[in-house]
Every structure is written in C-alpha cells, then in structure tokens.
Design a protein around this ligand. Structure first.
Ligand SMILES: Nc1ncnc2c1ncn2[C@@H]1O[C@H](COP(=O)(O)OP(=O)(O)O)[C@@H](O)[C@H]1O
Ligand SMILES: [Mg+2]
Length: 150
C-alpha cells in the first residue's frame, strides 16, 4: 500500500485541481470514499474528479437524491468512464438502501465516488481511494489526506 499523501488546499480552486489530478489515477471499477465534515469540500473535490474524467453534466450535491449518474464524455489519456456520485449521509448506514443503489453493478463500468461513505461502502470493492478532507474554523483552507486502501 502506498503512503498517505497530504496537501494544503488554500482555495476551492485548489480542491478542484486536486480532484482533476486524482482522476488521472481512476479507471472503471474504482471506488472513491470521501470523508470530512459538512463544507469540507467533498462535493468540490468531486467536481474536480468529474472534470478530470470528462464526464457530462454539472456536479452538485446529490443529498436529496442520494445518487447521480454522469455519462462518460471525452477523456484525455485514458478510456472514457461514467461517474456515479453518491451522498451516503442520509443512508445513515442503512444497508438495504445501499443495496438498492446497486453500486456493485455500477462498479463494473463506472467510477463511484461516495461522500460520507466511510465505514459503509468499503466492502463494495477490493480496494478504494480514501480521501479525508478537514477544515479549520473561520478559514478557507482545507487539508486533504488521501491513500489507496486494500
Ligand atoms: N479550500 C477550499 N476547498 C473546498 N471548498 C472550499 C474551500 N474554501 C472555501 N470553500 C467553500 O466551502 C464549501 C464546500 O462545500 P462542499 O464542497 O459542498 O462541501 P461538502 O460536500 O464537504 O459538504 C463551498 O461553498 C466552497 O466554495
Ligand atoms: Mg457534499
């Protein structure tokens, strides 16, 4: 397993840029688990991942619909891949609702990014990219720590 990597993210643009970078490591079947409190930048990071993957449609918080599909678009340097963006917050660890999303099927052909997924979705894949975002009170600066976990 690779060492965890860490970066300071002074602005939302830096968070999105990290997402675009991480996207270069992502292929169909990859699971990304985003952790960190409300406002930490999980959706902003997903926006960057989506831009890096070149998928279609605007990324917004999927809170009220739980999961949103983005069709594959054009992708430089790698095969096009769809993105499934999930917000597991309202699932509250409800495994039946999680099952209903059929993420294991989605993982056959898509990249799956799950906000609030820690401790809930890891078993869906043999390995996952875990990203922990944190924020200081009264500051724009975020910190990201990420690693591939087997
Ligand atoms: N460095 C930063 N990284 C990410 N978001 C930031 C940063 N600085 C300020 N923000 C703002 O914080 C909010 C993060 O929201 P969001 O990405 O929806 O967080 P989450 O999905 O973790 O709840 C956005 O309004 C964004 O503009
Ligand atoms: Mg969010």
């Amino acid at each position: 397993m690779a060492e965890p990597r860490q970066r300071l993210l002074p602005t939302v643009a830096d968070t999105e840029a990290l997402g675009r970078e991480l996207a270069t490591e992502l292929r169909a079947g990859d699971l990304v688990v985003l952790d960190g409190p409300l406002g930490a930048g999980k959706t902003a990071l997903t926006r960057g991942i989506a831009a890096g993957l070149g998928v279609q449609g605007r990324v917004s918080s999927p809170t009220f619909i739980i999961a949103r599909q983005h069709r594959a678009g054009r992708r430089a340097g790698a095969d096009p891949v769809p993105l499934v963006h999930v917000d597991a917050y309202r699932l509250g660890g409800n495994l039946d609702e999680l099952d209903a999303l059929d993420l294991d099927t989605e993982l056959n052909h898509a990249v799956v990014v799950v906000e609030w997924g820690r401790g809930v979705v890891e078993q869906l894949a043999t390995r996952h990219l875990r990203v922990l975002l944190s924020r200081e009170p009264d500051s724009e600066v975020r910190t990201a720590i990420w690693e591939w976990v087997d």
